[in-house]
Ligand binder design. Structure first.
Ligand code: TXA
Ligand code: MG
Length: 329
């Protein structure tokens, strides 16, 4: 696969051009408030097939369908229970994805062969303008090569997908920085399949009881197919350590002459050859916004190990720890 990838600013002419590409069955990378998505017409099986090829994504890993507004849910889901409407009213547009029974208009390739569909209304103005101008819902996974950290800048998309897609719309860094929360509304109570930009605490506040999918086993992967696949992984080995333990943990690597980096939410004053420190924001929203870009940046320095001090698994901390664990596995 090789083509010339256009790189355009996400202004009005850029979005218009991108919508033409989508309508013609092509692929456009575009900013959402979470991460950049790789979009195609969600209702066209042949367009969606290109997404799997460009990303080298396994066919069994279903895509999220992006809608212009909550009313469009009726066109992709065969049944929308009242609680799903409540969640949509509270969190859309925004980083929440709802899993519902699939409507016939959505091809099975979009849903990875499942009888359910995942849908969300993004809040990024460029994403909304693109969906509206395309006239169809847009299927979009994160616009990274499969297995790599999700892209939070157009430049990350270029690193992974240049020459493999028609167009990249550059709308600057994405404001949330981690992907949407995926919530299965076909179970009672609803079940959190992937923590994300909307926190578990916020979901429970809106919906009452919310179950949490536990474990990375085959049974869990049956509900959340994304769990089957390696994710978020830089080339360097990612190692999670306890808060405050960074200096001690990196010592044997440095003694062995292996260059390493440490990400910690505190100043670290250790100064050694081959050692880099990245002080991460104490505020978890800011931490989440930076996370994938920092992983990519440290990786590009050629370190062999990226040590990360754990954050408390509450609020966005739960999402950050989920992504770190997957990057480390
Ligand atoms: O924030 C986001 O969600 C970004 C932006 C572009 O919207 N998209 C994204 O897509 O992260 P992706 O493909 O990287 O992750 C989609 C997740 C996967 O974990 C997948 O298994 C899950 O959503 N998913 C999609 N459809 C599903 C379904 N029908 N049932 C259960 N899980 C589903
Ligand atoms: Mg992804």
């Amino acid at each position: 696969m090789s083509m010339r990838t256009l790189f355009l600013k996400a202004d009005e002419p850029g979005v218009r051009r991108a919508a033409e590409v989508i309508r013609a069955g092509g692929l456009v990378a575009f900013p959402t408030e979470t991460v950049y998505g790789l979009g195609a017409d969600a209702l066209s099986g042949s367009a969606v097939a290109h997404i799997f090829e460009a990303k080298e994504r396994p066919r069994g890993n279903p895509l999220i369908v992006h809608l212009a507004d909550a009313a469009a849910l009726e066109s992709v889901a065969s049944h929308v229970p009242p609680r799903a409407r409540d969640a949509a009213a509270r969190f859309w547009p925004g980083p929440l994805t709802l899993v519902l029974p699939r409507a016939g208009a959505v091809p099975l390739i979009t849903t990875g062969g499942l009888e359910t569909v995942a849908a969300r209304v993004p809040s990024h103005p460029v994403a909304l303008a693109l969906i509206e101008a395309s006239g169809h819902p847009i299927a979009a996974p994160s616009a990274n090569r499969s297995g790599r950290p999700s892209p939070t800048r157009a430049e990350h998309v270029r690193e992974d997908l240049d020459g493999r897609i028609e167009l990249i719309l550059d709308g600057g860094p994405t404001p949330v920085g981690i992907e949407s929360t995926v919530l299965d509304m076909t179970t009672e109570p609803p079940m959190l399949l992937r923590p994300g930009g909307v926190t578990l605490e916020q979901l429970r506040d809106c919906l009452g009881e919310v179950a949490v999918l536990e474990g990375d086993d085959e049974k869990a992967a049956g509900r959340s197919p994304g769990l089957r696949y390696r994710h978020y992984a830089p080339r360097a080995q990612v190692i999670i350590v306890e808060r405050g333990a960074g200096e001690v943990e990196v010592a044997p690597w440095l003694a062995a002459g292996r260059p390493v980096a440490l990400m910690a939410q505190r100043p670290v004053s250790l100064d050694r050859p081959g050692f880099r420190v990245r002080t991460m924001p104490g505020d978890l929203e800011a931490y989440a916004r930076d996370l994938f870009a920092v992983l990519r940046e440290l990786d590009s320095t050629g370190v062999e190990g990226i040590f990360v001090e754990a954050v408390p698994p509450e609020g966005l901390g739960l999402t950050i720890m989920d992504r770190l664990r997957r990057a480390a596995s």
